[in-house]
Design a protein around this ligand. Structure first.
Ligand SMILES: [Zn+2]
Length: 673
């Protein structure tokens, strides 16, 4: 278990560097990431290279026994390149050019930019091919940040048409698959199909979905170019990319197929403000939401089913969210433990020192701008010492799979059918319910082999191909516990309704079909009760489906006084050796809890009592972490004998972490004191 840091030597006078590396090394930092955004420093004009500074920095890292991760510098093409080849610039849907002056202004489909990429990456990797402490490469930086996955330039238009022709072969096939008779949208050739620009009303949903897929594929192919150039020179290097949190437009599973190591950039107090449906609480503004961060950890761990890295860990206050509160005392240490507990093998803080210039001056580092230690530095040093004690530990073994995929995210985002409908938040409802019992979750693509999972949760499989329906049926027949959420089985893979009732090819498995659906604003009262009783009422939000029950057993029915009253809302169906539950509403926390807990019990998964929202447990490698993302104090009460505490003890302080030897989650209770 390692801690590292991102360092920008080019921002500082060279006489400082040795002092910086000496301090990093003496603090126990094992990895340093360098070189991203450095193109204009490496090549001030075409073919005028200056590698001396990076050579010196890499050499210093080696002298201090630090492992170096280098980056391809392509996220920031320099001004001379943009002036020389302006066709590399991206365009907005309305044709506005995304100009030089920030970053990520290049188009993934630009032939010119791919040539330039090949030139700079080849030059760089050749230079560092034989440096033993250069251990791997990060491709580019945060592909797609600032809404740049989707570009609308002429190169993209051409590439989109080719992509469609490869997929559909004939234009008639496309017309049929999309259903272009509607609003007179039939095409006579692929050349007629443009990227989706401004229109009076919304675009055809099939065209939008294909543009989302095509745009993501364009990044996949651009990343593959980097990966191949790197591996050609030194196959021992790892290739990684730093993804972002809850990031909507790039298929991380597809990109990861070309990576050896998945990494991501974790900024908990930023994400909780701009990627979170609820208003964050005071504590969440200080430390983030453990499940929001945890779901990303589990997604990026699940992408290759192996340990991941946090390539950028929030070091203190940051510059980009609406508000920039100081993290809680110890939060920077807490996040490193939380990441490790979720399966990270290394956590690198971003950055070594607050920068004096440019767009990120309001972004903290481990050191202040005057070089003195900042709050994050003390936290990082503590994390170094504590995680080093653990040594190497095993990969996380999760008994529950949460099915997530970008096609469904894109399709539902294009037609949310309610302002409050949000795919991530729906996923988070189900994810949080499992995590509230201390159970580990792999967030995986539906094509993953599900045989190893005791429980599979599929919150919104909106697009379901027949092949997926067959595999899910087989999973349940073989004894799996499967929980579906609402809006499942609505459309085919082309984003078109099927000529049969929802959930389409899953209807036999579910044993029920959807008669009607409705979306509901918050001022409409909602409620369901266990079928045949009215003693308990559970609320839901945003979405409701009225089910026609066939061979399933009704579990819950609508109990509010309205046209839906008495209709089935949730059903359970025994199929083969397993059970499937279909939940036709977006359940609030108490209802989803009533659905998740029985699945865990029936599958025989050891779990804790329901945990407080800000406290989570993780088991990994023979240890149990208990993390506290709040300013409250808690008492940890294991069901068995008092465990051996490696770190902390049974009293969990605010924003603190405790680690016990062994797996202690079964029967564990945690209460506020
Ligand atoms: Zn483009």
């Amino acid at each position: 278990m390692s801690i590292g840091v991102c360092y920008f030597p080019e921002h500082w006078p060279q006489e400082r560097w040795e002092n910086d590396f000496e301090k990093m090394a003496s603090a126990g930092l094992e990895y340093v990431r360098m070189g991203e955004f450095s193109w204009s420093t490496l090549e001030s004009e075409r073919n005028e290279f200056d590698f001396d500074w990076l050579d010196d920095a890499v050499e210093l890292a080696g002298e201090y026994d630090m492992q170096t991760v280098l980056c391809t510098p392509t996220a920031t093409p320099p001004k001379w390149l943009v002036d020389d080849r302006p066709e590399i610039l991206q365009k907005d849907p309305d044709g506005t050019v995304r100009e030089f002056g920030s970053r990520r202004h290049y188009c993934f489909n630009s032939t010119a930019y791919r040539e330039e990429t090949k030139r700079i990456v080849t030059t760089l990797v050749d230079r560092y091919a034989d440096i033993p402490h250069v251990v791997g490469w990060q491709t580019d930086n945060e592909f797609g940040c600032h809404r740049t996955v989707r570009c609308y330039c002429d190169d993209c238009a051409d590439a989109f048409r080719e992509w469609l022709e490869d997929k559909y072969d004939t234009i008639e096939t496309l017309n049929d698959a999309w259903g272009t008779t509607f609003w007179s949208q039939r095409y006579t050739s692929f050349q007629e199909i443009d990227p989706p620009g401004p229109t009076p009303a919304e675009h055809h949903p099939s065209r939008l979905l294909e543009y989302a897929r095509f745009s993501s594929d364009s990044v996949v192919s651009y990343n593959r170019l980097h990966a191949e150039l790197i591996r050609d020179v030194n196959p021992d290097w790892f290739v990684t990319h730093n993804f972002m949190g809850r990031f909507p437009t790039l298929d991380a599973y597809a990109i990861s197929e070309d990576l050896d190591l998945v990494s991501w950039d974790s900024y908990p107090t930023g994400f909780v403000q701009d990627r979170y449906q609820a208003d964050p609480t005071r504590d969440q503004l200080r430390a983030g939401d453990p499940d929001q961060v945890g779901m990303d950890h589990d997604l990026y761990r699940g992408a290759l089913d192996r340990p991941f890295w946090v390539m950028e860990q929030q070091p203190g206050d940051v510059n980009w969210p609406p508000f920039c509160p100081q993290p809680g005392e110890g939060a920077m240490r807490l996040w490193a433990h939380h990441a490790t507990a979720h399966g990270a093998d290394a956590v690198l803080y971003f950055r070594w020192r607050r920068c004096l210039e440019g767009q990120e001056q309001y972004h903290a580092g481990l050191r202040k701008q005057n070089g003195e230690p900042d709050r994050g530095y003390h936290d990082a040093m503590q994390a170094v010492a504590e995680l080093d004690e653990l040594g190497d530990i095993d990969h996380v073994a999760a008994p529950v799979a949460l099915l997530f995929d970008y096609d469904n995210l894109w399709a539902l985002s294009e037609q949310p059918h309610a302002p409050t409908s949000d795919y991530w938040s729906l996923l988070a409802s189900f994810y949080g319910a499992v995590r509230a019992y201390g159970v580990q979750v792999d967030v995986v693509h539906p094509t993953t082999d599900l045989g190893e999972y005791d429980v599979v949760v599929a919150p919104a499989l909106h697009l379901v191909a027949n092949e997926l329906a067959d595999r899910l049926t087989e999973y349940v027949e073989d004894g799996g516990q499967l929980l579906f959420g609402p809006r499942t089985g609505v459309k085919d893979e082309y984003n078109k309704l099927r000529p049969v009732a929802q959930p389409g090819p899953l209807s036999d498995l579910v044993g029920a079909t959807v008669d009607q659906h409705e979306s509901l604003p918050s001022q409409i009262e909602t409620g369901v009760s266990p079928t045949g009783t009215s003693n308990e009422t559970y609320t839901f939000q945003t979405w409701a489906e009225w089910l026609d029950v066939d061979t399933a057993d009704p579990l819950y029915e609508y109990c509010t006084d309205g046209i839906e009253s008495g209709r089935a809302a949730i059903v359970e169906h025994a199929v083969g050796d397993g059970t499937v539950v279909y939940c036709g509403v977006w359940p609030d926390a108490d209802l989803v809890d009533e659905l998740v807990r029985p699945r865990l019990d029936r599958a025989g998964i050891a779990h804790s009592d329901r945990l407080p929202n800000a406290v989570r447990t993780n088991e990994r490698g023979g240890y149990t972490w208990v993390t506290n993302f709040s300013s409250d104090r808690y008492r940890i009460e294991p069901a068995g004998s008092e465990p051996t505490w490696i770190l902390g003890n049974e009293t969990l302080e605010p924003f603190d972490v405790a680690i016990a030897e062994g797996e202690i989650v079964d029967g564990l209770a945690i209460d506020r004191v």
